[in-house]
Design a protein around this ligand. Sequence first.
Ligand code: PLP
Length: 410
Amino acid sequence: MIRVNEHFLKLKAGYLFPEIARRVAAFAKTHPNASIIKLGIGDVTEPLPPAVCSAMEQAVREMARPETFRGYGPEQGYEFLRKAIAENDYQARGAQVSPDEIFISDGAKCDTGNLQEIFGLDIKVAVTDPVYPVYVDTNVMAGRTGPADASGRYSGIVYMPCTPENNFVPDLPKEPVDLIYLCYPNNPTGAVATREQLKKWVDYAIEHKAVILFDAAYEAFIQDESIPHSIYEIEGARKVAIESRSFSKTAGFTGVRCAFTVVPEELTAYTADGKPVALKPLWNRRHCTKFNGVSYITQRGAEAVYSPEGRRQIRQIISIYMKNADLMCRSLRRLGYSVYGGQNAPYVWLKTPKGMGSWEFFDLLLEKLHVVGTPGAGFGAAGEGFFRLSAFNHPQKVQEAMDRFASLQI
Ligand SMILES: *Cc1c(COP(=O)(O)O)cnc(C)c1O
């Protein structure tokens, strides 16, 4: 008798975004003339930068000719892209990362979800609360947890609350943990981690022989010069941290698909009897066994992100989103909301007024303003009483949404 992986049955099956879609569809059906503004899902709205498109067009033409056609490429990604990443994203910021420590992939979602495979099943996993659900669900699927409780927290996982009191950067855990997922700039809170805060975590990981999985998918949105873009800007991080990044939000690649993960040479985990094992060869083995590389065309497009025109175009696109975020922060503050994030990330995290529940506020905004956001409770128990608004939309739409907020009587 064929049996299922019963760990999958513990999952709170894709609850958040399907539930939002269901409520929006139901509302749209009964209010066919309502013009609904979506500030919910974190997907980009601006098209690909022209420099990226030209590079991809050129690559398509190469693929059309026998002399320049390419079949399977290296699983880890082409050298030209890994070199551009190492130089521009790391060496230019004083972080020491070499091209052969970079693994190109089709997404940071896959990478941050897959990386847990190279660690023991009996390790202790720590996540922030609220959290990007991929980190938790992939550990549930792997069998590292018990069932979820009523608030959606799985037994066996250490949840580290992120609140206004700790500026949405978790305090060090009281119990020892082995694999720590950190995402800064943060989705959903829009918070950033300072050099001092990251140093504290790196020191913790060194002391406890832990590994930090640092998700820097939003680093391109950092405006404040003093905020680190990479965990490798912190001394000692090469010994304890893996970093994932993506072209999705940076360069509008959510539909094109290209990302990368850095696994430094000196990063180790341990066997049960305490022998250190280098993680780079393990991740390389996993990557090459289960993945056959990102298309040549896509990698040429990603390379163009680092060209002078590409950089200029990307800066311009990001500034559109960051102006949206700024407008949302200023408008909502003026209306009396407690607002967080939005300065170095495309997300604005606000406290729901009058102690309303996240979903209650969601329904109110949908019904009264025809504005869709994301209930904070969907990202974890500590997100209850908060609400996420995304800056990924057209400026006129964001302005219109803010005008509607001004009319809201609560
Ligand atoms: C959007 C996002 C990513 C990027 O995912 P891709 O699979 O590269 O599109 C990664 N981490 C977080 C937290 C995100 O919000």
